[in-house]
Write a protein that binds this ligand. Sequence first.
Ligand SMILES: Nc1ncnc2c1ncn2[C@@H]1O[C@H](COP(=O)(O)OP(=O)(O)O)[C@@H](O)[C@H]1O
Ligand SMILES: [Mg+2]
Length: 393
Amino acid sequence: MSLYVYLEPDRERLAQVGPQFQSIGCDIVHSMADLEAHLPRYPETLLVVVGATVPLDEVLMFTAYQRLQRPLIGVVLVRRELDPVDVLRCLRAGVREVVEESDWDGLRNASSRSVDLSKALGTTLRTNSEQTPYGRVITIFAGKGGCGRSVIAVNLATALAAGGGRRVLLVDLDLQFGDVAIMLKLPPERNIAGAIAMAGRLDEPGLRSIITPYKNGIDVLLAPSGPAQGEHVRRELVVEILDLARPNYDFIVVDTPALVTDQVLAALDISDWLIPIVTPDLPTLKSVRLTVEMFDMLDYSKDRRLLVFNRSNTEVGLTAADIEEAVGIPFAVHVPSSREVTISVNRAEPLYLTNPAHPFSAAIGRLADLCTGTKTADTQKRRFFSRSGKANR
Ligand SMILES: Nc1ncnc2c1ncn2[C@@H]1O[C@H](COP(=O)(O)OP(=O)(O)O)[C@@H](O)[C@H]1O
Ligand SMILES: [Mg+2]
């Protein structure tokens, strides 16, 4: 039985890395024709790794075709260099991840993510007839503005969508100053304010009519275009929207304002994951501490919290260990600060989409893995931090 296959026409490269692939039971083929002959003989295949010298157009055609014929197969593409435009084309065609040839760890992680996804999809496809998917709700939260909630929310939604493998709804509950529309360059017309008149009798066509489709299976429920309308979105309406949306999505990512509004509490109450964001500065730290105390008071399970350390590499005199101790829970993920993040926000393109190999994107990928349950938090790293007391990177 062969679950993995590696297409590598380049003999030199094969001599270097072939044995490592073979050691994990991966079959090796040398041409696209061989690959196409291989797949029908091994219908259990879940992963195809495509070497750097295979022409991009061939890969895209192959991927688009397999996506229909064998939707469980994940394609992970290796390239000598990552060109953002090419990466985008690949993701659109359904390539799960694109990895730089020199990035061996990246390839291993991308491959295991893809296999996990294929297995999860396999279960979903098999049980689809009896069971509809039930969207897990993820609420991103911080007691202070500017911590990176929105930028993390849009990138996490993109990562969870896995190039179209999963259905994701991104909800902007920052009803007064929502940024998701501008961060994704979406027209603001359809938004949550459209639900106000349907409150109490919202149905699926009604919900569809206020949702804005983005890319890769991501739908977005935007905040009202003016701050006043937000007041009329009642807590009950938020519950009604989320309940109605859940069967249609694998994940619902909720972006929130800096205040614990009634609407935010409604989302927190039914969340499978609570993601507090902290940045290394005292006011944020204080607000996160208060947030965690509030979670305790509301009896939100500790297992459902994923503390994110944003801008973790900023040197400001507070170490990761200081912050973990002050907040009282360990970090699940460290997200580095980078100019590229701000540039991507200004370009209105999630960095995860344009540069999935960027350290910021990799961190968001790890957060997505935690949310899908394919990984556990990196405790080794955590121990390292508490012992050395050094900030990340
Ligand atoms: N990891 C990061 N690296 C660089 N800039 C960041 C990072 N996280 C957030 N930012 C920047 O901080 C600003 C505020 O982020 P945003 O997501 O809007 O915060 P919030 O939604 O919490 O108010 C954005 O312009 C964004 O570019
Ligand atoms: Mg925001």
